[in-house]
Design a protein around this ligand. Structure first.
Ligand code: 13P
Length: 229
């Protein structure tokens, strides 16, 4: 194993632990993958993050064959998203409480707040429900992620994407925060939404200022990350 691969595996374990220590995820729910070599690295299935070690991370090829432990039951959507989306290198899935609560109502979150724009459009879509671990769930996720960096999964949780591990984790926190704000705003009735024209201005402004991109711009998973001044 190269030093770069060992470093990536170590940072994947750290990211999983942060997912739980920050309250974003609970127990062994959730999973994480990162593009690597001729395929990707993915967390093993049902292993508590506090005992997970870098060598427990599973090396998987695009055809679904793997070496080592049993991969996450959700390897299909990790594989399919990484294949379909050359713009991202990391897929993070978790059962964060507020995002999942909204997803339990199959609600797509509208542009009630301008930060919906950091996901890439005017909505944070909710994918149709399908049994965990199935191709049907992967297909639904791919559809909901069209032109987006995140989606909700009906009666399940959320998926967040990034160019780096930090960026995907950052996006998952943004999704959870927006879902929490949306639920709170709905207490006073369905909130008004920003127009498509305003959201186009917001997204253009975000792109111009690299606003809300978090650690997205700081490099890929396998190279040292230069910081911008
Ligand atoms: P795994 O432990 O198999 O990754 O499953 C957790 C999960 O969240 C399934 O959606």
């Amino acid at each position: 194993m190269t030093e770069a691969e060992r470093d990536l595996r170590t940072r994947m374990v750290e990211t999983c632990r942060k997912m739980n220590s920050t309250g974003l995820n609970q127990g062994t729910a959730g999973n994480l993958s990162a593009r690597h070599g001729d395929g990707f690295l993915i967390t093993p299935s049902s292993m508590p993050y506090d005992i997970m070690q870098p060598e427990d991370i599973v090396d998987m090829a695009w055809d679904g064959t793997y070496a080592g432990r049993r991969p996450s039951s959700e390897w299909r959507f990790h594989r399919d998203i990484l294949k379909a989306r050359p713009d991202v290198d990391v897929v993070l899935h978790c059962h964060s409480t507020y995002a999942t609560s909204v997803a339990c109502h199959h609600r797509t979150i509208p542009a009630f707040h301008y930060m919906v724009g950091v996901m890439g459009g005017t909505t944070l879509r909710c994918a149709a429900y399908a049994t965990f671990g199935t191709q049907a769930l992967s297909d639904a996720a791919i559809e909901a992620l069209q032109d987006r960096k995140a989606c909700l999964l009906g009666q399940h949780g959320q998926i967040s994407l990034g160019k780096t591990l930090d960026a995907a984790l950052w996006m998952a926190v943004e999704v959870e925060t927006l879902a929490r704000m949306y639920q709170q705003a709905c207490v006073l009735g369905e909130p008004p939404v920003l127009s498509d024209e305003e959201m186009a201005r917001v997204i253009a402004q975000m792109q111009r200022m690299s606003y809300g991109l978090g650690p997205e711009e700081e490099g890929s998973n396998d190279v040292a990350r230069p910081r911008k001044a």
